[in-house]
Design a protein around this ligand. Structure first.
Ligand code: BDR
Ligand code: CA
Length: 311
């Protein structure tokens, strides 16, 4: 079993990523840490608990983390995710408690309490909590097995500005802190997530599972995709965050390259841009595995097979 912490700002696609993790016996979810991003923190921590209950896992520890980015003002994305961040299904109020204590403390303590190199961080939102943990406790950098994150875009450009993807744009200073910490990094950028589309057939397959998780996933996707369908003119929208978890389960679904990635924090025009040295035209050392391609049918097949095992 691989031990993971999920850091997240749910978000419908974050929700599906959490469901996939909780449906996978190869993964032990040590805790879920919420961050402000798609919607403010009060909603992301609540949404994380809603999803744990949907998965029949009210025992999962959910912590609240940073309320705003390190330097810049918080930018949210209700225009994509709806007012609650989880628009689509009708949700009950969660009954499971939010844990006492700050998410950043939980991340630091968990990494120190476990064997070196035995805990992986799966990051689905702005990198604020992870950067704060690294600043408060630099010793944890060498204890992290790997960080797998959704963020950035190079060949696809940005989805929030022409240059920047949402998670990196919201907290570029945090992203820079994480990208330069010397931790093994796997990055799922728009370059790959834009190839994982929630087509009508795939939404029907989620609905066809026949359980609560499948129904909620179909309803969330139907709401979530409308914005991107209109923007990109595609059948379905990109399903971003679950790729982070799918990579852990079946890495050979994905293809990428070890490259140097730097984050722009100086220019307002290109703030949060991920500058990828894909062709190795500099002598900057590679710091990440940048994923560019996936077998999209296998990805959606894995999702359906795993969500089937949930309530
Ligand atoms: C990322 O931003 C959020 O809207 C999604 O949850 C995903 O993590 C995509 O740019
Ligand atoms: Ca997210």
């Amino acid at each position: 079993m691989r031990k993971i912490i999920i850091d997240t700002d749910p978000g419908q696609d974050d929700a599906v990523a959490i469901l996939l993790a909780l449906a996978s016996s190869e993964l032990e979810v040590l805790g879920i840490t919420a961050v402000a991003g798609n919607v403010p923190l009060a909603l992301t921590q609540k949404n994380a608990r809603i999803i744990c209950e949907l998965a029949g896992r009210p025992d999962i520890k959910v912590f609240a983390g940073a309320e705003r980015p390190l330097v810049r003002e918080l930018v949210t994305a209700e225009y994509v995710h709806g007012k609650t961040g989880l628009n689509g299904p009708k949700w009950p109020e969660p009954k499971m408690p939010l844990q006492d204590g700050h998410a950043v403390r939980f991340i630091i303590d968990t990494l120190r309490d476990h064997d070196k190199g035995s805990v992986t961080l799966c990051v689905l939102g702005p990198l604020t909590n992870i950067a704060l943990a690294l600043v408060q406790a630099p010793d944890i950098a060498s204890r992290i097995q790997e960080i797998i994150l959704m963020g950035g875009g190079f060949f696809e450009g940005g989805n929030t500005t022409p240059a920047a993807e949402f998670n990196i744009y919201v907290d570029p200073h945090a992203a820079k802190t994480v990208f330069t910490a010397g931790i093994p990094l796997v990055i799922m950028p728009l370059d790959v997530t834009h190839k994982a589309l929630t087509t009508a057939k795939r939404i029907a397959a989620f609905r066809g599972i026949g359980n609560a998780a499948g129904k909620a996933t179909a309803e969330m996707m139907a709401f979530f995709e409308r914005f991107d369908e209109e923007k990109y003119g595609t059948d379905g929208g990109p399903l971003h965050d679950p790729n982070v978890i799918a990579y852990l389960l079946e890495p050979d679904i994905y293809k990428g390259r070890k490259v140097n990635v730097e984050v722009e924090t100086g220019s307002e025009l290109t703030m949060g841009m991920t500058v990828v040295d894909w062709w190795a035209v500099t002598d900057r050392a590679p710091n990440a595995l940048w994923i560019k391609d996936l077998d999209d049918d296998r990805f959606f097949g894995l999702l359906v097979a795993r969500l089937k095992t949930l309530p």
